[in-house]
Design a binder for this molecule. Structure first.
Ligand SMILES: *Cc1c(COP(=O)(O)O)cnc(C)c1O
Length: 646
C-alpha cells in the first residue's frame, strides 16, 4: 500500500484529477495495447481500425445504445473490428518476420475452437480470416462439425486434435475427398489402427500429423502440457512405432505434419525458443526416417498480458507479438538450415491472443456496503461495562508508536464483550458499541500505518479488510470462471467518470451470495493489489464497471451457479465515423430457460402454482383478482432475466 505509484495518486488533489490520471491508475495503456484509451470526458474508448483509419467509440455510449434496445446489464460486449484486427496483426506479424528473415515458406494460422466456440465469433474468424487462409483447430467431433460448416474449401487448414473415433475419422476423410486440408494429429498410437482401417474402407488417404511430447518445460499456469508429465502427445518410442506402422502400411507419405503444443499463456519467451528448438530436432529426425512432413504446427501458447506489466509472471508476458514471430521463424531456421532441410509451412494455434481482447463483461453496481464504523458517543454512560471503558480508552491513546499494542488490546476487549454477550451478560447494544469502537481503532491504525516505522504483517494487511464492498450485477461463476478456478486476473475498471478521482478502496462481490463470488485481486502497473480504487455511487446515476480481455475461455466454461444464466451478448461494428452498428444481439437466458436446463417443466410449475393460488382463494386468503395478479407475476418472472432488473 505504500508503493511510490499508489502514493503518487493519493497525492493528486481531487480538483487536479484528469482523465489521464484515470487511464494511468487502471493501467489502460499497459493491458489495453492500442485498443483502449480514455477521452477527456473520462470515458473509456474502444479504439479500432476501420478500413485504413483509426476510429474510437466510448463504451458507455454503446451501453446506452444497448439499454435503448432492451439489452440490460450484465452483458458481454464484443467488438467485431477488434477481433478482425487481432487476426490481421497475427498474420501480418508472421508475414513480416518471414519476409525479414527470408524464410522460404509461409505461415498459416488456425483458431482452436475450444477457446471460444460461440457461433458469431467463429463465423467472424472464418470470414475475416479468409484473407489470410486462417483455419480452425477441432478437438472433438462437435468442433469438427463446426469447422466443416464454417470453412469453405480453400486452403484454410482444419487440424483435428483429441481422441478420434471412427465416425470422427470418416467425417475428416470426406473433407479430404472434397479437397479440404484436414489433418488428423495422432495423440496416441491407438488411434492409428482406426485411421488405417477407415482409410482402407473408404479408399481416401488421410493427411496425418504426430503430436510430440516435448521435454522442454514452460513456466506459467499450464506448464503441465510440457515435460514428461504431459498427458498429451506421443512418447519418443510411440512416435517411432507410428512411423513403423505407417511404413508397413506403405503410408509414410501421409505423415506431413509435426505438432507440438507447449501449453497456454506462456509468459516467458525463452521457453518458447527452447521448445521450438527441441521440436526442430524431432522434425529433422522424422525427415531422416523418410517422412515427407512439410507442415510444422507449434500449437498455442502466445500469451496475453492481463497484468499489463510485461513480466514473466503467470498472467503476463515478457515479449511482444513481433518478437514471438521472429523467435519462432529464426529458431526453425537455426534448427533446420544446418541440416539442409526445406523450410516447412509454419502453423500456430493461437486462441487466447486472438480473441481475448475483443470481448468484455459490462455490469452495473447495485449497491455498496461502505466500510464506515457506526457513530460513537462522545461519553459512555455512567454504568458502562469496564471492558467498554477500556476499549474506548484504547481509541483515545492510539498513536503511531503504539499501533500493535492498541491493535492487540482492542481485539482483546472486543472479544471479551462478545463472550459476555454469548453468555447473556451483555446486551445487543453493548456488543454493537464494542464492535464500532474496535472498527474505529482499526481504521485509525490503517490511517497511521504510513507514518509508523515498523509493523507486523498482520497490520500491513489491515487496509484490505477495511474496504468497501461493491456489489456487481453479474455472476463470477457464469461470466468469469477463471477468476474462481485459477485465480486469473483480468483488468477491471469503471468505463466512465475517469476524470474524477476515485476515492474508495473496494473489493467486488457478485450477486450469487457465495463467498467465492468475489474479486479481490487486481492488477496494476505496480503489481497485484488486494483492493481497487472506485468512485462513490451517485444518486440517479448508474455506475458501470468493465472486465476486459475475457474473450478466451470464459464464455463456455461458465456454469449455472445459483441459476444465473447466460448474460445478454451484443456484437458491434464500429464505423468510420465512430458510430456503431449492432450487428448481432442475443438475449441472455430467461428464468424459464435456466429451469429447463435443470429439467423443470415450467408448464407444470405454473400449474402447481395455480393450484396453490386457487386453494388460497377457496380458503378466503386471497381474492380472485389477487390470484390473477399473482399468476401473471409468476408467468412474467419466468420470461424475465435471471439477473437484477431495475
Ligand atoms: C488450448 C489449445 C490451444 C490454444 O492455446 P492458446 O494458448 O489459447 O493459444 C492450441 N492448441 C491446442 C492443442 C490446445 O489444446
Amino acid at each position: 500500500m505504500t508503493g511510490i505509484f499508489s502514493a503518487d495518486f493519493e497525492a493528486v488533489d481531487e480538483s487536479e484529477w484528469r482523465s489521464s490520471h484515470g487511464a494511468e491508475l487502471y493501467g489502460v495503456n499497459e493491458w489495453g495495447l492500442e485498443y483502449f484509451s480514455v477521452n477527456p470526458q473520462g470515458e473509456l474508448l474502444a479504439c479500432v481500425e476501420n478500413g485504413s483509419g483509426k476510429v474510437s467509440a466510448p463504451i458507455i455510449e454503446i451501453v446506452e445504445g444497448m439499454k435503448q434496445r432492451g439489452l440490460e446489464m450484465p452483458a458481454i460486449l464484443r467488438i467485431e473490428n477488434l477481433l478482425d484486427h487481432r487476426i490481421k496483426k497475427l498474420n501480418e506479424a508472421f508475414a513480416s518476420a518471414i519476409n525479414k528473415l527470408a524464410y522460404q515458406n509461409h505461415y498459416r494460422g488456425v483458431f482452436p475452437i475450444k477457446v471460444n466456440q460461440q457461433c458469431h465469433v467463429i463465423e467472424e474468424i472464418a470470414q475475416y480470416g479468409r484473407h489470410y487462409h486462417h483455419g480452425l483447430e477441432a478437438g472433438s467431433k462437435a468442433e469438427l462439425i463446426i469447422a466443416l460448416s464454417q470453412l469453405p474449401s480453400d486452403d484454410g487448414l482444419i487440424i483435428c486434435n483429441g481422441y478420434k473415433d471412427a465416425a470422427f475419422i470418416d467425417l475428416g476423410l470426406y473433407a479430404r475427398q472434397m479437397g479440404i486440408s484436414c489433418f488428423f494429429v495422432l495423440e496416441t498410437p491407438t488411434e492409428l489402427p482406426i485411421i488405417l482401417e477407415r482409410t482402407h474402407q473408404l479408399g481416401i488417404e488421410p493427411l496425418l500429423g504426430v503430436r510430440l511430447k516435448p521435454a522442454s518445460m514452460v513456466e506459467g499456469h499450464w506448464n503441465e502440457n510440457s515435460g514428461d508429465r504431459s498427458i498429451f502427445g506421443l512418447s519418443t518410442n510411440a512416435l517411432l512405432e507410428v512411423v513403423d506402422q505407417l511404413k508397413a502400411a506403405d503410408m509414410l507419405h501421409c505423415l506431413q505434419m509435426l505438432h507440438c503444443h507447449l501449453g497456454s499463456q506462456i509468459p516467458n519467451i525463452r521457453n518458447i525458443r527452447s521448445g521450438v528448438s527441441e521440436a526442430c530436432q524431432f522434425y529433422a529426425g522424422l525427415i531422416a526416417e523418410g517422412a515427407p512432413l512439410g507442415y510444422f504446427d507449434l500449437g498455442g501458447g502466445l500469451a496475453v498480458d492481463y497484468e499489463g506489466n510485461q513480466t514473466n509472471s503467470a498472467h503476463s508476458m515478457n515479449y511482444q507479438l513481433d518478437e514471438y514471430c521472429v523467435n519462432i521463424v529464426e529458431t526453425i531456421q537455426e534448427g533446420l538450415d544446418p541440416l539442409g532441410i526445406a523450410h516447412p509451412v509454419i502453423i500456430t494455434e493461437s486462441g487466447r491472443a486472438l480473441v481475448a481482447y475483443s470481448s468484455m463483461l459490462l455490469f452495473n453496481v447495485l449497491n455498496v456496503r461502505e466500510h464506515k464504523p457506526g457513530s460513537l458517543p462522545a461519553e459512555l454512560p455512567e454504568d458502562s461495562h469496564d471492558l467498554l471503558i477500556n476499549l474506548l480508552s484504547v481509541l483515545k491513546t492510539l498513536n503511531e508508536n503504539n499501533l500493535q499494542e492498541c491493535y492487540n488490546d482492542s481485539l482483546y476487549y472486543r472479544d471479551e464483550i462478545r463472550e459476555l454477550f454469548h453468555r447473556g451478560q451483555a446486551t445487543l447494544r453493548e456488543r454493537a458499541l464494542a464492535e464500532n469502537i474496535t472498527l474505529a481503532v482499526l481504521d485509525k491504525i490503517a490511517e497511521l500505518l504510513p507514518q509508523a516505522k515498523r509493523f507486523s504483517p498482520e497490520l500491513e494487511n489491515l487496509p484490505e479488510l477495511l474496504t468497501d464492498i461493491y456489489y456487481g450485477n453479474f455472476s463470477l461463476f457464469q461470466s468469469l470462471p477463471d477468476i474462481w478456478a485459477l485465480d486469473q486476473v483480468f483488468p477491471i475498471m469503471p468505463i466512465h467518470r475517469l476524470n474524477e478521482k476515485p476515492t474508495r478502496d473496494a473489493v467486488i462481490a457478485d450477486i450469487t451470495c457465495d463467498c467465492d463470488g468475489k474479486i479481490d485481486r487486481f492488477s496494476r502497473p505496480d503489481g497485484i493489489q488486494r483492493t481497487l480504487k472506485l468512485h462513490p455511487l451517485l444518486e440517479n446515476q448508474e455506475y458501470y464497471l468493465g472486465v476486459f480481455l475475457i474473450g478466451a475461455y470464459q464464455e463456455t466454461l461458465g456454469d449455472l451457479h445459483n441459476l444465473f444464466g447466460d448474460t445478454n451478448v451484443v456484437s458491434v461494428h464500429i464505423n468510420a465515423d465512430g458510430g456503431f452498428d449492432f450487428v448481432k444481439e442475443f438475449h441472455g437466458d430467461s428464468i424459464a430457460d435456466v429451469l429447463s436446463y435443470v429439467e423443470y417443466d415450467t408448464k407444470y410449475m405454473q400449474e402447481r402454482f395455480r393450484r396453490t393460488a386457487e386453494k388460497a382463494v377457496r380458503e378466503g386468503k386471497i381474492s380472485v383478482e389477487m390470484r390473477q395478479k399473482m399468476l401473471l407475476a409468476f408467468r412474467e418472472n419466468l420470461q424475465g432475466s435471471t439477473y437484477f432488473e431495475k
